[in-house]
Design a binder for this molecule. Structure first.
Ligand code: F3S
Length: 737
């Protein structure tokens, strides 16, 4: 509609040099409409079937978009299918409508604007208290019908002060009255109504229920129209607040109401210096931007007629076409883009990004941002083009992925799901399948933990239908690189912090950064141990050093026990020759008893050093566990043998009186027996009376476990130097450790 307050200028007239376009700050979705649209799209995204009780908002473009997403507008509760969610729009409904829905057992989502809900409460209270409800508004408007339904039988509806005057004539002056207005009622008209009520009724309560957003919009429209040559009001023909805005603007300047940019065709802009644009509460930002851009283009292409410009701009756009777009508006659920034609380009949030964590388009899109897009659908009737950034990225990504498959390039991917066969990853917008055997470094490992993780992978096979990737190949290459670096840098004596990977009877395999080395059991402890688990456990982090290297066969021998813990060093400093101490007997042999001096070091008390008296059998004098006082006679550090004596701490027996010749012969023989140790034979050693022998060393396997490196000739374990072994060459001074 175009008002007649100013004569229309000649069509296609000259445009002034500078034309100002001013967009009202309050133009577009109000809080209540935005809330209702958001609640509905959330339901649709959640896969619900949605039925709205009447069109959700008064805007055909938005309604069409919602329909495309699966929302259906119905005219009454009976039309709501039982498997649908019924959405009550921002206007609200009468209690009986809601009751019908409840009776049918339909799920209800109530998007009634909170401001409207407030009026419902006032109306309910007024009815409960037997008061008359005066309701200013359009009797045919659903919001007004919804409010009237809260107070049936005692409500009078009027659309102007004049109509109100007629109503008041039939009401007793003193009757209690409550007055409210439709949220979008004209502010000036309401002021007139209030004045009348106050004048006529002596017992009235008036509530200011016109929505503040409506008031602000009408006020700004009035101000805008005072400084504009033309005001364009954008909004659906069924929108009450849009119509009011039109009337407000038309009272001060030339005003035009349009639903979209296409309806701008034919409007004469000749002589217009200032254009104001405002929009109703149901008008989406995309429609506003479309109109603004069209006006702006016309001004900047002033030499062309507006008709020509529109024709030019309606260039054919087709599905699958790649276009460049500039973001002109961003709302919660979609992004409006200018694609260089007069079509309004819309990118739904889910077509902008596939990141489910993004809840609003405002998080990811910026105004004036330039983007490449693919046309998904064209609606020439509405001039709307559905676009997709995601599909564009997938298109570009497919080219990159194909190239990566040819060149063996490592790509970044995001694992989106796992299944029995393997993983699915998104690589540059392309779905890539990673078989289970290619998902981890070793077959059989759990790969499900990679879901929602970023991974590096190689594309093994690409086709538009099926793309195969491998994470394993990347891991293997990384592992090889680590190993190569290790072998370039490793040297004997170098220390590493490693992780114990596995234990065997003969040692522990330790991962020292991509390479496994063997710590032989003899290198784990200075004490005699039967199994590596006495010192380390799988998973332990330990410090080791390289003892030996086999560069050719890539085997590493590691050391773990530290020199400072060597008990022989301790013995050297803490046990000087001649020192006396108490120690436990740990084993008995035919030739003497072994006493534990320190963990890992036993010394021998030879049978001849037990007592001044002749000892026939060691077991007659000592037993394992006895605590004995001994004197350190000698230490052979090279052969690791220690001689101890108990006898040296015992008082010398008193010398006998001079004997006869026969006696002397006998005495000499006895003396010799006590000072000369009996010869220790192999048999004696092989048959200890109570000796504690270590477990026999287990046979070491010829090969190494999978991928483990171990020295070919491991050092001999300490156990080899057990008491029995030294006894072969034993003398009375020989000891064992
Ligand atoms: Fe509510 Fe005001 Fe909009 S009443 S629906 S916020 S115009």
């Amino acid at each position: 509609m175009d008002n007649k307050q100013r004569p229309p200028k000649e069509k296609g007239g000259e445009l002034p040099n500078e034309v100002r376009i001013e967009l009202a700050k309050t133009a577009g979705f109000c809080f209540g409409v935005d809330r209702a649209v958001r609640m509905t799209t959330d339901l649709l995204r959640a896969g619900k079937k949605v039925a709205t009780l009447g069109p959700l908002i008064h805007n055909p473009q938005v309604i069409r978009l919602l329909e495309e997403q699966g929302a259906k507008a119905v005219s009454c509760p009976a039309e709501v299918e039982l498997d649908s969610v019924a959405v009550i729009r921002s206007h609200g409904v009468a209690p009986q409508v809601r009751g019908e829905l409840e009776q049918r057992g339909v799920e209800i989502v109530d998007a009634t604007c909170p401001y409207v809900q407030k009026i419902h409460k006032i109306a309910q209270n007024s009815a409960r208290e037997g008061k008359i409800l005066l309701l200013a508004g359009d009797a045919g408007h659903p919001e007004v019908q919804g409010i009237a339904g809260q107070a049936p039988g005692v409500t009078f509806i009027f659309s102007s002060a004049e109509e109100l005057g007629d109503i008041l004539e039939g009401i007793e002056q003193a009757r209690p009255i409550v007055a409210v207005a439709q949220t979008t009622f004209a502010v000036d008209e309401w002021a007139e109504c209030v004045r009348l009520i106050k004048k006529v009724c002596t017992n009235s309560e008036v509530f200011d229920t016109i929505c503040k957003a409506t008031q602000a919009r009408q006020k700004e429209t009035e101000e805008l129209s005072r400084r504009s040559d033309l005001v364009i009001v954008i909004g659906g023909n069924g929108s009450s607040n849009t119509r009011k805005l039109y009337h407000v603007a038309a009272a001060h300047t030339r005003a035009v109401q349009v639903e979209d940019a296409v309806q701008l065709k034919g409007i004469d802009l000749g002589g217009v210096c200032a254009i104001g644009i405002t929009a109703g509460a149901s008008t989406p930002s995309s429609a506003i931007e479309e109109v603004r851009t069209t006006m702006s283009d016309q001004i900047h292409e002033g030499e062309k007629s507006f008709e020509e410009m529109l024709d030019d701009s309606m260039k054919p756009v087709y599905a699958g076409q790649v276009v460049k777009g500039v973001v002109v508006a961003v709302s919660t659920n979609d992004i409006t883009v200018d694609i260089g034609t007069k079509h309004t380009g819309i990118v739904k949030l889910e077509e902008w990004t596939d990141d489910p964590a993004v809840r609003s388009a405002e998080e990811v899109a910026k105004r004036d941002e330039e983007v490449d897009l693919v046309v998904v659908k064209v609606n020439d009737q509405d001039g709307i083009v559905q676009l997709s950034k995601r599909q564009m990225e997938a298109k570009k990504g497919a080219i990159e992925v194909e190239k990566a498959a040819e060149e063996g390039t490592v790509m970044d991917g995001y694992v989106t799901e796992s299944n029995k066969g393997g993983l699915v990853a998104n690589v540059k917008g392309v779905k890539v399948f990673i078989p289970a055997s290619q998902a981890t470094a070793r077959r059989g490992e759990d790969y499900t933990a990679l879901v929602r993780q970023h991974v590096k992978l190689k594309i093994k096979e690409y086709s538009p239908r099926r793309t195969i990737g491998s994470i394993r190949e990347v891991l293997a290459e990384e592992q090889n690189a680590v190993r190569e670096k290790f072998w370039n840098e490793v040297e004997v004596g170098k220390k590493y912090i490693g992780t114990v990977k596995s234990l065997t009877n003969y040692g522990a395999f330790v991962d020292i950064g991509g390479v496994d080395g063997l710590v032989h059991i003899s290198e784990l402890s200075w004490s005699r141990i039967k199994h590596p688990s006495e010192v380390v456990q799988v998973g332990d982090t330990i410090e080791v050093y390289v003892k030996d290297l086999d560069m050719e066969n890539h085997k590493v021998s590691l050391g773990y026990k530290k020199q400072e813990d060597n008990p022989w060093e301790k013995l050297k400093t803490e046990y000087p020759i001649g020192s006396v101490f108490t120690a436990p007997v740990v084993s008995i042999t035919q030739f003497g008893a072994f006493v534990r001096i320190l963990p890992g070091i036993d010394g021998l008390v030879h049978i001849s050093e037990i007592s001044h008296e002749r000892v026939e059998k060691v077991a007659d004098a000592l037993k394992v566990g006895d605590e004995v006082e001994v004197k350190l006679l000698d230490v052979d550090f090279d052969r690791k043998r220690i001689s101890l004596s108990m006898k040296a701490l015992l008082p010398e027996p008193e010398k006998d009186q001079p004997r006869t010749g026969e006696d002397e012969v006998v005495a000499s023989a006895s003396e010799e027996e006590t000072t000369v140790a009996p010869e220790i034979t192999a048999e004696m050693e092989a048959e200890p009376e109570e000796e504690q022998q270590p477990a026999p060393a287990e046979e070491e396997p010829a090969g190494e476990p999978d991928e483990a490196q171990a020295p070919e000739e491991a050092p001999q374990p300490v156990e080899d130097e057990v008491p029995g072994a030294e006894a072969e060459e034993g003398t009375e001074e020989e000891t064992e450790s």
